[in-house]
Design a protein around this ligand. Structure first.
Ligand code: SAH
Length: 244
């Protein structure tokens, strides 16, 4: 018999987020301020690639629900039948997400503590849209998460990933710049070796039956202190894929 696969999570990585879970909805916090700032940009892009209206949506590694919550609002706008499920393995983060949904009265959003792989076993081909943002660079085996996302989405459905490229520029900007010089995010948030090149992500995707359709870079200007979408995927980037 084969030995069981080791669990595909890293407790130290989960703790980076659960330790500061109380700050998930603090838009000015160093831990999560940047995610709040980029959220409208990624939400618009996702919705422009695959309309969220009325869709059954899964957010993998949802944390405190920044993206899941905003997707639920958009998915329910002038539509019926929409639902958003956020999953994560950080219990405190999920509790904060749930609490925020209650306080904000967010429609048809729910949260569960379950891995992507376990949910894929339980409910394969169940979602129109799957998002997995800023999470792959925190797990031991990101290819297995990509495979699970591919299993979870319906045929022709869409999967969106965002992560950080691995090269000298991303080291300089995403670690030295963002963590040490500008202090945009806490020191120790990211580990260079876990960054993922777009070609690697696309290879894992294709071998799981996902066809990459579009890529966007996310740039930060220290001068204007603004984020914007562009064609430069050398640091932060997103990829839209479709299940074939
Ligand atoms: N996707 C959210 C949060 C990103 S922070 C957003 O973009 O706004 C990274 C999240 O990934 C954290 O909430 C962390 O708990 C989660 N995470 C890390 N490893 C995970 C794993 N193996 N399974 C599920 N979630 C994981």
């Amino acid at each position: 018999m084969n030995a069981p696969a080791p669990p595909n999570f890293d407790s130290a990585e989960l703790a980076k987020f659960t330790d500061v879970a109380h700050d998930w909805w603090n838009t000015n916090s160093r831990s999560f301020g940047a995610l709040h700032t980029i959220n409208p940009l990624r939400l618009d892009w996702i919705d422009s690639m695959a309309s969220l209206r009325g869709k059954r949506i899964l957010d993998v590694g949802c944390g405190g629900g920044i993206l899941a919550d905003s997707m639920a609002h958009l998915a329910n706008k002038d539509a019926i039948g929409a639902s958003v499920l956020g999953i994560d393995l950080g219990r405190e983060s999920l509790q904060i997400a749930q609490l925020h949904a209650l306080e904000a009265g967010t429609p048809s959003v729910s949260y569960r503590e379950i891995s992507a792989e376990a949910l894929a076993e339980e409910s394969p081909a169940s979602f129109d849209i799957v998002t997995c943002m800023e999470m792959l660079e925190h797990v031991p085996d990101p290819a297995a998460i990509v495979r699970a996302c591919a299993d979870l989405v319906k045929p022709n459905g869409w999967v969106f990933f965002s992560t950080i490229n691995r090269n000298l520029q991303s080291f300089t900007q995403a670690i030295v710049g963002a963590e040490y010089v500008l202090g945009l995010i806490p020191r120790g948030t990211h580990e260079y070796a876990k960054f993922i090149q777009p070609a690697e992500l696309m290879r894992w995707a294709r071998s799981s039956g996902l066809a990459p359709q579009a890529t966007r870079g996310l740039g930060y200007s220290p001068i204007t202190q603004r984020y914007s979408l562009n064609d430069n995927t050398s640091v932060n980037y997103m990829i839209a894929m479709q299940k074939i």
